[in-house]
Write a protein that binds this ligand. Sequence first.
Ligand code: UDP
Ligand code: MG
Length: 314
Amino acid sequence: MIVSLIVPCYNEQEALPIFYREVKRVLAGMECTPELIFVNDGSHDNTLSILRSLAAEDAAVSYISFSRNFGKEAAMYAGFCNAQGDYVAVMDADMQDPPSLLPEMLSMLESGDYDSVATRRVSRKGEPVIRSWFARRFYRLINRISDADIVDGARDFRLMRRAMADAIVKMGEYNRFSKGIFGWIGFKTCWLPYENRERVAGETKWNFWRLLKYAIDGVINFSQVPLSVASWFGISMTFLSFAAILFIVVRKIVFGDPVDGWASTICIITLIGGIQLFCMGIMGQYIAKMYMEVKHRPHFIVAESSREGLEKIK
Ligand code: UDP
Ligand code: MG
């Protein structure tokens, strides 16, 4: 039985050796053939040379190296496209996804009741308060407006059966939001809660704006509700304006036409202009996604890999 571990790495030179040591220690105690697939997502540090030497020493290690930084989503997808295991897992290289959970996850899958075991953090210890607050709001919103079932605190760290990994490979969309994809494809998932850990070394690549953009992408990828909100805005504004016109016509007939209200007119015009631009912006977001989608660009470009056949460009 082969267990594939997909590890996206972006500037992880400090964390990688610690991660590798720990993962090897855990895997040694498991009855399986491991396959470690590291994906170097255009790192600027020594990540690639570390991966080269790991692959040279250890037959279980292989790596794919991108020509530039394509993002964690593309890195995970590259891993899924190349993983051959009967069970496949995604893990971060920074030890925030504890490898020590793997044996428990595997035995849960082997018991046969579930198709995947996913992890969720029960605390957000060590994270800025504002960030946690926004994250919680985001999860509440996206679950209300989309049919992708996304759990608060869910990590990308999960172990799944082959069938589920195949389904993920089939989801070949360009705009990828894995948390949504995992939920959308279905299958029976067991949630394993654990305490949040801070990364062992290096820095997080996600600042507030990158996370906000990620959240907006998530909503646009899995929900059409923003478009309906735009339509409802439009419809209610139209009704409101009709009522206002009626009111003004009646007032003109009854009281004559005193010329005032210039300021309020301008306010209303700018308000409507603003709402129109806002709604166009929402539409634009969807059109932009469509534009990227219809171009059919590859999700990633491989510059180098540890063995032949690892370069499936999807
Ligand atoms: N990562 C990646 N490409 C990126 C950003 C991050 O492959 O553009 C990897 C990173 O090396 C790590 C994982 O994705 O293994 C999670 O990143 P990070 O720890 O920075 O995110 P956080 O845990 O803070 O959400
Ligand atoms: Mg991390």
